[in-house]
Design a protein around this ligand. Structure first.
Ligand code: GDP
Length: 588
C-alpha cells in the first residue's frame, strides 16, 4: 500500500482530513460519531484526535505529522544567514533500559572532564558538554518520554543527533524502537552504539541484523546508519563514537547565527529556595548575556545569574550551550522557546501575547483528544476522574502521572489528565479545573494565598503533598468515591401467607407463618406467587395477636404491614422471602 503523510498544523478540519485521506466526509463523520463525537464538516480536530480516528479506521499506511506553525518551533530549522557559524552538535542518548545509557554518559564524562577543577557534579544536570578533538559536543540528558512529551506539546526539536544504545547481547527492545521513532519524529540523525561488546553472548552482527529489521541499515551493509560497536563499561571505541558524532555534525553543517537576538529552548525548570526559579536553557541562536531580558512562554526574566553545566558563572552563552539561569518571574515549561526582548516592557508584552496565543490555540480547536477520551469513556458508561498535576520538577510530575496511571479500577474509571506542569498552583490551573469536577494535585509546590481563595470560591479541590504515595492514596479515595457502590443482599427468612386483610396501592396488611429465619420491621420482602416473583415490599411493622412486636421467628404466626411501590395482588399461599439490602462502598 502506498505510504502517505498528512501534515497537521495545530488542528485539521473534518473536511480537510477526509480529503487528505480520500474518504467521504460522511464516512469520517460516521467514525467520529461511533466514537461519541458529533462533528460537522467544519469541525476542527486536534492532532491526537485525528491520530485516534486514523487508528480506528485501521489506516496503517497513513502517517500524521505535526507541522510547526506556532512561535514554539525549533530555531534549528530557521533560515540561516550567510554569516551563520558552525555550532556544536546537540546529542541525546536513548535506548532500552539497562542497555547502558547511563554508563556511556558516565564514562564519557569521566574520561573527558576528569581533569576539570570543578570536579564533583552535584547539581541537577540536564545537559553537559564534552570536548573531543578540541571541539565541543553538547549532550542532553532528557528521559525519552519527556522528550516525546515536549515534541508533542511544543514541537520542540531539541536534538540534532540521537545516539541509540543497543546492548549487543540483548538486541532491539521496545524502548529501542521508541528511540528510533523519536529520532525520526525529531528529524534527528541517528548513530547506533552497539554496546557491551565485551560481554560473552555479545553478537554485533546479529544486533545489526535486528536493527535492519527495524529500518536501520548499517553503513557496512550499504545502508546509511553509522553503527559503532562499543563497551561503555570498558571504555572501548568511545573515541570512535565521538569521532562519528563530529563527522555527522560536519556533514549536517550544523550552524547558527550569533548576531541575532538570543533564542533557545527551556530544557529543565524548577524552584529552589533562596534562588526562586532555576531554569536550564539551551541557546540555539544569538548570544545570551546576563542582565538581558528573555521571554519564555507566558513568563519572562531579567537574567540574574548564568552558570554553565558545571556550575561556573558565565557572562555569555553561544549557540548549543546549555546554561542555568535565574530571574524568571514564573517557571517556564520544558520545551518552551525563549527569545530575547529589548527591555522589560517589551518582555512583559511578549509574555502576555504568548499567553493569549496559547489560549487562542486551545480555543480554536473544537475537539481535543481529552474530549475524545472523555466521550469514548462516557460512551461505555465508565466514569472519568479529572486531574491536574503540578510538581516542583518535571521528574516529579512524570512520577506522579505514571503512578496515577497505575491505579487499577478494572476499567471502571478513566483517568483524565487535564493538564500537567511545573511550578506552584496557578490561576490558570484553577481556571481549567473549575466546573469540571477536577482535582488539582500539587507535589512539593505551594498554593499562593490568592489562588487558594480563588479555588475555594470556585469549589476546586487543591491537594498538596510531599510524599508520592500519600498523593496516590488521596487519588484512590477520590476514585473509590466514583465507583458504583456494591449492593449486598442478605437473606433473613421466609413466611407463608395465610391471610390477606388489605391490599391498597402502596400498602398491604397480611398475616402468615414464619417458615424460617425471622422477620423484622425494615426488612425487604420478595413476593413469590407460585414460582414467580410478582413484586417487592418493605416490612413496616410486625404484630403478634394485635401487639406490635420486634420480630417473629420461625414457627410463629403473626401479621405484617408492608409498603409497596405499586399494587401487588397478594394471595393466600404466596410466600414472602425476607432480606436486607445494603450498598457498600467499594475500595481499590
Ligand atoms: P541504562 O538503563 O541504559 O542507563 O543502563 P546502565 O548504564 O545503568 O547499565 C545497565 C547495566 O549494564 C549496568 O550494570 C552496567 O554496568 C552494565 N553495562 C553497561 N555498559 C556495559 C558494557 O559495555 N559492558 C558490560 N559488560 N556491562 C555494561
Amino acid at each position: 500500500m502506498e505510504e502517505k503523510t498528512i501534515q497537521i498544523a495545530g488542528s485539521i478540519t473534518v473536511d480537510e482530513l477526509s480529503k487528505s485521506l480520500g474518504l467521504s466526509v460522511t464516512e469520517l463523520i460516521g467514525t467520529l460519531f461511533k466514537n461519541g463525537i458529533v462533528a460537522t464538516i467544519n469541525q476542527r480536530l486536534d492532532f491526537e484526535t485525528a491520530s485516534i480516528i486514523l487508528e480506528e479506521l485501521g489506516l496503517k499506511n497513513v502517517k500524521l505529522e505535526r507541522k510547526n506553525t506556532s512561535t514554539k518551533t525549533s530555531n534549528y530549522h530557521r533560515e540561516l544567514s550567510d554569516k551563520a557559524v558552525l555550532r556544536p552538535p546537540v546529542v541525546a542518548v536513548m535506548g532500552h533500559v539497562d542497555h547502558g545509557k547511563t554508563t556511556l554518559l558516565d564514562t564519557l564524562l569521566h574520561k573527558k572532564t576528569v581533569d576539570d577543577e570543578a570536579g564533583g557534579i552535584t547539581q541537577h544536570i540536564s545537559a553537559y558538554q564534552l570536548k573531543h578533538n578540541d571541539r565541543l559536543i553538547t549532550f542532553l540528558d532528557t528521559p525519552g518520554h519527556e522528550a516525546f512529551a515536549a515534541i508533542r506539546q511544543h514541537g520542540a526539536m531539541l536534538t540534532d543527533i540521537v545516539v541509540i544504545v543497543v546492548a549487543a547481547d540483548d538486541g532491539v527492545k521496545p524502548q529501542t524502537v521508541e528511540a528510533i521513532n523519536f529520532a525520526k519524529t525529531a528529524n534527528a540523525k541517528i548513530i547506533v552504539a552497539i554496546n557491551k561488546i565485551d560481554r560473552e553472548g555479545a553478537d554485533v552482527n546479529r544486533t545489526m541484523a535486528d536493527l535492519s529489521q527495524h529500518g536501520l541499515q548499517p553503513e557496512e551493509w550499504g545502508g546509511d546508519i553509522v553503527m559503532v560497536p562499543i563497551s561503555a563499561k570498558q571504555n572501548q571505541n568511545l573515541d570512535q563514537l565521538l569521532d562519528m558524532i563530529l563527522l555527522t555534525a560536519d556533514l549536517e553543517e550544523l550552524k547558527a547565527d550569533v548576531d541575532i537576538p538570543a533564542e533557545g529552548l527551556v530544557i529543565e525548570s524548577h524552584m529552589e529556595t533562596g534562588k526562586g526559579s532555576v531554569v536550564n536553557l539551551l541557546v540555539t541562536g544569538g548570544e545570551l548575556k546576563t542582565g538581558e531580558f528573555i521571554v519564555a512562554g507566558n513568563t519572562y526574566a531579567k537574567v540574574r545569574t548564568m552558570l554553565d553545566w558545571q556550575g561556573r558563572p558565565r557572562g555569555k552563552a553561544t549557540p548549543s550551550t546549555p546554561v542555568t539561569v535565574t530571574g524568571f518571574k514564573e517557571l517556564p515549561s520544558f520545551g518552551d522557546r525563549f527569545e530575547e526582548a529589548k527591555d522589560e516592557k517589551t518582555a512583559r508584552k511578549m509574555a502576555l501575547l504568548n499567553a493569549q496565543a496559547a489560549s487562542d490555540e486551545s480555543a480554536s480547536t473544537n475537539v481535543t483528544s481529552s474530549d475524545l477520551l472523555r466521550m469514548m469513556s462516557t460512551a461505555d458508561n465508565s466514569k472519568v476522574f479529572n486531574v491536574i498535576v503540578k510538581g516542583d520538577v518535571l521528574g516529579s510530575v512524570t512520577s506522579v502521572v505514571d503512578s496515577l496511571k497505575l491505579i487499577d479500577t478494572g476499567g471502571e474509571i478513566t483517568l483524565n489528565i487535564v493538564h500537567t506542569g511545573v511550578g506552584d498552583i496557578s490561576e490558570n490551573d484553577v481556571y481549567m479545573a473549575a466546573g469540571d469536577n477536577t482535582v488539582i494535585y500539587g507535589f512539593n509546590v505551594n498554593v499562593p494565598i490568592n489562588i487558594s481563595k480563588m479555588a475555594a470560591r470556585d469549589g476546586v479541590p487543591v491537594r498538596i503533598y510531599k510524599v508520592i504515595y500519600e498523593l496516590i492514596d488521596d487519588a484512590k479515595r477520590e476514585m473509590e468515591n466514583l465507583l458504583e457502590a456494591e449492593i449486598v443482599e442478605e437473606d433473613k427468612g421466609a413466611m407463608k401467607i395465610k391471610g390477606v386483610f388489605r391490599t391498597e396501592k402502596t400498602s398491604i396488611i397480611a398475616g402468615g407463618e414464619v417458615l424460617d429465619g425471622d422477620v423484622k420491621a425494615g426488612y425487604l420482602a420478595r413476593v413469590i406467587q407460585g414460582k414467580k416473583q410478582i413484586g417487592e415490599a418493605e416490612v413496616i411493622s410486625v404484630q403478634m395477636e394485635k401487639n406490635k412486636v420486634d420480630n417473629l421467628v420461625a414457627g410463629e404466626t403473626g401479621g405484617l404491614a408492608l409498603k409497596t411501590t405499586s399494587k401487588i395482588d397478594l394471595q393466600i399461599g404466596d410466600r414472602l422471602e425476607f432480606f436486607t439490602r445494603e450498598s457498600k462502598k467499594r475500595t481499590l
